[in-house]
Design a protein around this ligand. Structure first.
Ligand SMILES: CC(C)(COP(=O)(O)OP(=O)(O)OC[C@H]1O[C@@H](n2cnc3c(N)ncnc32)[C@H](O)[C@@H]1OP(=O)(O)O)[C@@H](O)C(=O)NCCC(=O)NCCS
Length: 463
């Protein structure tokens, strides 16, 4: 046994990490076995909670909430993560820095493996290194694309947006859905989660191949090999298939694919996947629907929009703008009726910890990069201006304000591809949620809507 000396100043931090590790440590076994053991207990816990508190009120709905995108209405259950407006996301109770500490890493790597994060999201446990490695292996084994999907991708015009290509390819993957087949064969509903799990595992495994094929076809003339190496982890395989042979870029991919995975249940992509799958559409159809939402500029496409906006800024005022030039450009954007991409959030009210951890990555690996310096200057100037408008509820940067600059640095320059990376990561969160939706037997989603006339009549009762 090796003894490690720890400076007294580091003891509280070490103690916290150890407590976190012990609390979350995973039982032995495969992901499927660990999950299968948890489901009956969780079903029982939810059943008795509902029995006791089923009629308890947890909030109210105002007319403004109905017209205002349902902001603030507590109307969904999502087990995988919860977003605190001040603190940011916690994946099964763990913050991003905690995940960076306790989740398994690749040999010689410093960033968490997304495999470990998926295990955490699905089971609530931190897996061992061996358990995370078992997922790398299993995903590599499930990664092959059916011929009709490769052919379809190879026939798309390179002018078709990469997100449209992704959505079409995922939809066509449902040809082999195990859930759809089991449903057609009359499987009992208590077993739905098992087929949702199988489809989700297949889909996650295939996504890097789909995404890399899109990249190669759209930007590299279809050249380069998109083959899985069974010895590599999910992110390393993805980076390799994209054509990057750089350890730091692979580390960035591990971090990127971990932090973009989940942001509780109400955001457009997560909610769409949940809604569509509530009709018992299979995981492929549900995920493809979510990707169509992620492709919107107010949601995932914002990471592309940020870079487009920064390029415009550089074209108009040069590569090294003064503070005043930055301010003028931001006001010009606002006065033309557009949003400043990468800033603001529907729930968060502070700087997004996903922004912060990407900034820390940049400070460690690319502190002198001119584009990173520009992004840092923008970070100083935008929040006071958005506050000055008097209407923006959160003037702070979100995840999308930082991801593009890192990708640019390592040579992944094609901005309209960025949301595909986001989509590959988002699969981890939304599919873990979907599996739990089926395990808990959640019904078809069907909230009540009212016309303005009906609403006007309804409010009379309350006034
Ligand atoms: C994320 C976003 C859609 C949240 O929208 P929201 O919940 O309606 O935000 P708010 O309640 O703060 O919006 C109030 C007003 O401020 C505006 N606002 C919010 N963020 C803004 C931004 N970054 N730039 C300019 N105006 C913004 C809204 O458009 C709205 O204006 P309106 O009343 O004229 O319609 C919004 O902040 C935004 O468009 N941000 C830029 C796009 C982006 O980065 N998206 C990725 C999110 S992770």
């Amino acid at each position: 046994m090796a003894l490690i000396r720890v400076p007294a100043s580091k003891l509280p931090e070490l103690q916290k990490t150890l407590i976190t590790c012990v609390r979350y440590i995973s039982a032995d076994g495969s992901l499927r076995d660990v999950l299968a053991a948890k489901i009956p207990k969780e079903q029982e816990r939810v059943k008795s909670f509902r029995k006791e508190y089923g009629n308890t009120k947890v909030g109210e709905v105002t007319v403004d909430m109905m017209y205002g995108g349902m902001r603030g209405i507590k109307g969904l259950v999502c087990e995988t993560s919860v977003l605190d407006p001040e603190e940011g996301i916690r994946f099964r109770g763990l913050s991003i820095p905690e995940c960076q500490q306790v989740l398994p890493k690749a040999e010689g790597g410093a960033e968490p493996l997304p495999e470990g994060l998926f295990w955490l999201l699905l089971t609530g446990d931190v897996p061992t290194k061996a358990q995370a490695a078992s997922l790398s292996k299993e995903w590599a084994e499930r990664a092959a694309l059916p011929q009709h999907v490769s052919a379809m991708l190879n026939n798309f015009p390179t002018t078709l947006h990469p997100m449209s290509q992704l959505s079409c390819a995922v939809t066509a993957l449902n040809h082999d859905s195990k859930f759809m087949k089991a449903y057609a064969d009359g499987v009992h509903k208590t077993k739905y989660w098992e087929y949702a799990y199988e489809d989700s595992m297949d889909l996650i495994a295939k996504l890097p191949v789909v995404a890399a094929t899109i990249y190669r076809n759209t930007y590299k003339g279809g050249k380069g090999s998109v083959t899985i190496d069974p010895k590599l982890d999910w992110s390393a395989n993805f980076a390799k298939m994209l054509g990057f042979d750089n350890k730091e870029f692979t580390e960035l991919m591990r971090l990127y694919l971990t932090i973009h995975s989940d942001h509780e249940g109400g955001n457009v992509s997560a909610h769409t996947v949940h809604l569509v799958s509530s009709a018992l559409s299979d995981p492929y159809l549900s995920f493809a629907a979510g990707m169509n939402g992620l492709a919107g500029p107010l949601h995932g496409l914002a990471n592309q929009e940020v870079l487009v906006w920064i390029m415009k800024l550089q074209q108009q005022v040069g590569k090294n703008p003064s503070e005043q030039e930055l301010k003028d450009f931001i006001w010009k954007t606002l006065k033309s009726g557009q949003v400043v991409p990468g800033y603001g959030h529907a729930v968060l009210r502070k700087t997004d910890p996903r922004y912060t951890c990407q900034r820390e990555f940049a400070l460690k690996h690319l502190p002198d990069d001119p584009l990173f310096k520009l992004v840092s200057s923008i970070y100083k100037v935008v929040p006071p201006i958005l506050t000055e408008t008097g209407k923006v509820k959160n003037p702070w940067p979100n995840v999308d304000a930082h991801s593009g600059v890192l990708l640019q640095y390592y040579g992944l320059k094609e901005m309209n591809y960025y949301t595909v990376l986001f989509g590959v990561s988002r699969a981890l969160g939304v599919l873990a949620s979907l599996i739990w939706d089926r395990a808990l037997g959640l019904p078809i989603e069907r909230p009540k809507s009212l016309s303005t006339d009906a609403l006007m009549k309804a409010v009379k009762k309350y006034t």
